[in-house]
Write a protein that binds this ligand. Sequence first.
Ligand SMILES: Cc1cc2nc3c(=O)[nH]c(=O)nc-3n(C[C@H](O)[C@H](O)[C@H](O)COP(=O)(O)OP(=O)(O)OC[C@H]3O[C@@H](n4cnc5c(N)ncnc54)[C@H](O)[C@@H]3O)c2cc1C
Length: 491
Amino acid sequence: MASLSSSSSLWHGVSLRGPRSGSFAATRSSPLIGCRRNFRRSFFVASSALANENREFVIVGGGNAAGYAARTFVEHGMADGRLCIVAKEAYAPYERPALTKAYLFPLDKKPARLPGFHTCVGSGGERQTPEWYKERGIETIYNDAVTSIDIEKQTLTTNSGKLLKYGSLIVATGCTASRFPEKIGGNLPGVHYIRDVADADALISSLEKAKKVVVVGGGYIGMEVAAAAVGWKLDTTVVFPENHLLQRLFTPSLAQRYEELYKENGVKFMKGALIKNLEAGADGRVAAIELQDGSRIEADTVVIGIGAKPAVSPFESVGLNTTVGGIQVDGLFRTSVPGIFSIGDVAAFPLKIYDRVARVEHVDHARRSAQHCVNALLTAQTHTYDYLPYFYSRVFEYEGSSRKVWWQFYGDNVGETVEVGNFDPKIATFWIDSGKLKGVLLESGSAEEFQLLPKLARSQPLVDKAKLQNASSVEEALDIARSSLPVDATV
Ligand SMILES: Cc1cc2nc3c(=O)[nH]c(=O)nc-3n(C[C@H](O)[C@H](O)[C@H](O)COP(=O)(O)OP(=O)(O)OC[C@H]3O[C@@H](n4cnc5c(N)ncnc54)[C@H](O)[C@@H]3O)c2cc1C
């Protein structure tokens, strides 16, 4: 039942490479401490042009992190009349992961739509509709990206020409989807990238007319979109350059299990394949993709899921990280400029548990970094962020699907792996490095089993690898891992 293999320490969707956080901390200026009276800078200005434009706290970016930050401001009683959110999108913050999950369900299978998944429903919290912000005195400016910042004057300019003065600023601009260049057809009609609701709506319009879908990328976006497309009963092919799905997280053996499941659901794979060109048909829409080996796959809809880039513009001047990208912050999410903070996908922060700087493009970090940053900003809290990497995916969850998939991973995928379970539906993979349990992935666990995973990954107990390998079931393997935990293990 158990199998053993080696793995590299690459983490899907997470840039964990970078200098050790010790040196990072040593080179940081410490402009502020997390105490209200100290973060306040020149909040009130004399300029009459800005007299009605003073905002005490401004969050730029209306995504996951912004929604959770707003909730934390409210919890501290510091939102009413003091907080402003400036967002490029036309919607109040929402749980972005839904866009490639329930949002893409076939139209007759009750797809999710706003306002159903505004933050903070993803973690069991209140649904923060546009009215929620209004009722709590939070100013929201939608559909208006911030285009420049003046650090000296503490002002922001928006696309529509608004000039906003801030006291403290939180940059929560997330990422943008990586695109193929225009010259190889990356902008053709019928070619889609998914980052926001507008992108997902455009994809749904294409899916309504589609016959042949090609998904480029074997990461989580590719896996989720492919699972959705076959739910629409569309001819679906996933093309990616690696040897197997989710190469940076899954072991080859685990990937094979999922690939088989996808195939049973009608998905075709072209692995080890590089895109050369996206071809247009006579109507100007995408008609096929051409691979480097000369082969061609016809497609009327192409979805590209090849990664994302931190949306640092126009905030480069607050300090960028050159190894993992993004805006460099310390363990309290302070940038090198006093009064400016950064959270969520865009922030490069010290990942204390593994002593390195990281950017984490996952919703759990967006939520927690937002809460930690606002708590530090508004109170005397000085303990630094101590994040445990967590990643999950959910696919084939639409009505009528023969097997719903939900897996979770905690920790670091370093060292050897032990796989236990027959994938019917359960399976678990344990990553063991120098005898210590460093990471664990579980498919189709119970609530109690899923709760065990962060404890294991946080405690990194010494485990008996041979015992794990001989476990006859996932339940037994988890019991072995649980029994290796210290009695006082916490998350
Ligand atoms: C399709 C999809 C599926 C995902 N699925 C999962 C999943 O299953 N599990 C998981 O853990 N994570 C998932 N993620 C990642 C997760 O959604 C992100 O980690 C999370 O949304 C990050 O929150 P954020 O607030 O930092 O950025 P975002 O939620 O991306 O929000 C950033 C916001 O800032 C806005 N913005 C950018 N620049 C400006 C500007 N100059 N002015 C004003 N506004 C600006 C953007 O338009 C956006 O609305 C998924 C992401 C995507 C795109």
